[in-house]
Write a protein that binds this ligand. Structure first.
Ligand SMILES: N[C@@H](CCC(=O)N[C@@H](CS)C(=O)NCC(=O)O)C(=O)O
Length: 221
């Protein structure tokens, strides 16, 4: 049986969890706080980052390596696309959310609203939060732009770019960093994602002492 070392508000962990659920890979979960740098954890992943997957002696680190591993190992429910062009587009957008969205929105919100508040018990930097909100709005505009031209973020079919987008957006939404008003295409898409039984367990999880806004797990938001 696979074991996934994850952190509830880690978007990369959420991406792997959503992909594993869609592909039907059973696993158990270990909650890891990566900033604690547990020696047994850094022994598995020298980068000290969640997510990590383990089955006996086999250890997989990094969300892209993990999701691509299951894409190659399992024929069922392909998530990258059926042509080289479709796969390149899916990978471009996975990188968009993992790199650009995370750097501009997810990481500052996690630093200010989760780490500073819940771990350091300090005072968040309002300027950094407002800047993350402005960038989030730009990303929602881009998601609207894509969804006015295609059925899913990945392209014609639901795929790994939708999973990456949902994982990153859900963390930003938990941290009250998204204003959905005026983003109807993105809202309709995210409502469809939220209603999936493979995504609902992620929405049900809470970090102690840090509740999400009321709309967070509602289909109508
Ligand atoms: N490229 C990695 C990034 C993972 C990552 O940045 N994880 C964060 C938590 S969301 C982490 O463990 N940060 C602790 C650190 O970098 O020391 C992946 O895709 O898995």
């Amino acid at each position: 049986m696979w074991r996934l070392y994850h952190f509830t508000l880690c978007p990369f962990s959420r991406k792997v969890r959503f992909a594993l659920a869609v592909k039907g890979v059973t696993h158990d979960l270990v909650q890891e706080r990566p900033w604690e740098k547990r020696p047994e954890f850094t022994a598995m992943n020298p980068a000290g980052q969640t997510p990590v997957m383990r089955r006996e002696e086999l250890i997989l680190c990094d969300s892209v390596a993990i999701t691509e591993h299951f894409e190659e190992a399992l024929d069922r429910t392909p998530l990258l696309g059926s042509t080289p062009e479709a796969r390149a587009e899916t990978r471009r957008l996975v990188a968009w959310f993992d790199q650009k969205f995370y750097a501009e929105v997810g990481a500052p919100l996690l630093a200010e609203r989760m780490y500073k508040r819940a771990v350091l018990k300090g005072v968040p930097d309002g300027g950094a939060i407002r800047q993350a909100g402005r960038m989030a709005d730009m990303h929602l505009d881009y998601i609207d732009f894509l969804l006015e031209r295609r059925a899913w973020i990945s392209g014609g079919q639901f795929g790994l770019a939708d999973i990456a987008a949902a994982a990153h957006l859900s963390v930003a939404d938990y941290l009250a960093g998204l204003d959905w008003d005026g983003h109807e295409p993105a809202k309709t898409w995210y409502s469809a994602i939220k209603s999936r039984p493979t995504f609902r367990p992620l929405l049900a999880e809470r970090l102690e002492g840090l509740p999400p806004p009321l709309h967070y797990d509602k289909l109508d938001f």
